[in-house]
Design a binder for this molecule. Structure first.
Ligand code: PLP
Length: 453
């Protein structure tokens, strides 16, 4: 067996050989890494012995926290029985079959099929393939334009990052054609003097304007998250989704709900579309479906699309070696069982979500805070210099960066998107642990404020 490495050796090798995702390689080598060595319940532990409350559920995925032995056992059992087989051509295996039934039972009634992937990004590549295939089979191949939103995050493959609306990502590669971006319903930053309701309608109108500009006969789909997650937990005003749904129905445009973050209970409903009452033709999911313990994602596909795909025949030339991997499917089945047995989603809706909202209302009083917002167990804290005018501090991200560092110093993982602090703790967090999260966040805000002044 390899000799275990000490912390200094691990850091040196990491800096020398490991290219991290979404990281400045030069900067990382100079600053060194925070190495996580173990995790329990809602806490992670570093190589230096620091214990941090994980306010982000890993990367929005460990919704049931880090101590779920039944998921671990299910994976081990599956690995011993059938560690791999694929679902290509006419093959299948029991865990993928059972999971397809459980997921389609959880999905809205008009959704009865699922295509498995290994990640949210692959799911969005799959979405594009399904949208194109659907309109081709319908005899309308010109409906090949897809509309997404500015500041959206849909993943990091070329297709998924093209769907995303992050300019800083687009700068680093050649984006796919036929993808167009419209306004996001971000009232706090872009709403000016409008009421949130007026602004929600304005953002929805930017979708209709784009459809008319391109020609409705050329637009195949609109993709959006129920709430923009990585973009800053942008919770839309109440007028937004009803108006968007009406526009999509009017022009016969498929609606894709990217629920990679909001699927599986984050809002207090099973899916974000259940929370907002929208009717997606496809739901892209990943992350929390396995509690982050195994890589698995997929696209739930509605009857409108599968009625065409399944009656017209002809191969769908798309798939991944590990689509519906047995060990990942077993992890998902065990995850869904814990969610059912422990009433996780209902508890978010009735107990934990309202409790977090109540505690965040206190955070809103902090002088550095311009707004707090939350739905279920996801929240955002806007950092401003002037509460009244919503003016920011210095360069974009200055306050966020300071607060993020102060938060880590105070044993709390919060994420910063520009000057927005994000929290999305595991759905198994207790009220006492929410108190702890808030208390640490307040300390971080105090320290960041002092530093900025
Ligand atoms: N879609 C959304 C909404 C996401 O938030 C993410 C990741 O955070 C993705 C897609 C990409 O998922 P993955 O990182 O599993 O490829």
């Amino acid at each position: 067996m390899n000799k275990p490495m000490n912390s200094a050796e691990l850091k040196a090798i990491d800096g020398e050989h490991h290219l991290h995702p979404f990281t400045d390689f030069k900067d990382l080598k100079e600053r060194g890494t925070r190495i996580v060595t173990k995790a329990e319940n809602v806490y992670i532990y570093t190589d230096e012995g620091q214990k941090l409350l994980d306010g982000m559920s890993g990367l929005w995925c460990c919704n049931l926290g880090y101590s779920q032995p039944s998921i671990v056992e299910a994976v081990a059992k599956q690995m011993a029985e059938l560690p791999y087989y694929n679902n290509f051509f006419q093959c299948s295996h029991p865990p993928a079959i059972q999971l397809s039934k459980e997921l389609t039972d959880l999905a809205p009634a008009h959704i009865n099929n699922v295509f498995f992937t290994n990640s949210g990004s692959e799911g969005n590549d799959t979405v594009i393939r399904l949208v194109n295939r659907y309109w081709d089979l319908k005899g309308q191949p010109e409906k090949c334009n897809i509309i997404a939103r500015k500041n959206a995050y849909h993943g990091s493959t070329v297709a998924a990052a093209s769907l995303g609306g992050m300019g800083y990502m687009h700068k680093q590669f050649n984006t796919l054609g036929n993808i167009h971006h419209v306004d996001q319903p971000y009232w706090f930053d872009e709403g000016g003097n409008m009421t949130p309701e007026e602004f929600g309608l304005k953002a929805a109108k930017s979708l209709e304007d784009k459809i008319l500009e391109l020609g409705p006969e050329t637009v195949g789909a609109f993709i959006a998250e129920p709430i923009q997650g990585a973009g800053g937990v942008i919770i839309p005003p109440s007028t937004y989704w009803p108006a968007v749904q009406e526009i999509l129905n009017k022009y016969d445009i498929l609606f894709i709900s990217d629920e990679v973050i909001f699927g599986f209970g984050r809002t207090g409903k099973m899916f974000g579309c259940d929370y907002y009452g929208t009717k997606p033709d496809m739901i892209n999911f990943a992350k929390a479906v396995t509690n982050g313990y195994q890589p698995l994602g997929g696209v739930l596909v509605g009857d409108k699309v599968t009625d065409v795909l399944k009656t017209q025949g002809g191969d769908f030339n798309h798939g991944f070696t590990y689509s519906g991997h047995p060990a990942a499917a077993a992890a998902a089945l065990a995850t869904l069982k814990v969610m059912r047995d422990e009433n996780i989603v209902e508890n978010v809706e009735k107990e934990l979500g309202p409790y977090l909202a109540e505690k965040l209302a206190v955070v809103a009083e902090h002088p550095l805070v311009g707004e707090v917002r939350s739905v279920g167990l996801v929240g955002a804290i806007e950092l401003v210099k002037d509460k009244k005018t919503r003016a920011r501090w210095g360069s974009d991200g200055e306050a966020g960066g300071a607060c993020r560092q102060a938060s880590l110093n105070n044993d709390l993982v919060m994420r910063a998107t520009g000057d927005i602090m994000l929290v999305a703790p595991p759905l198994v967090i207790t009220k006492a642990q929410i108190d702890e999260l808030i208390q640490k966040a307040m300390k971080a805000l105090d320290e960041a404020h002092e530093q900025l002044k």
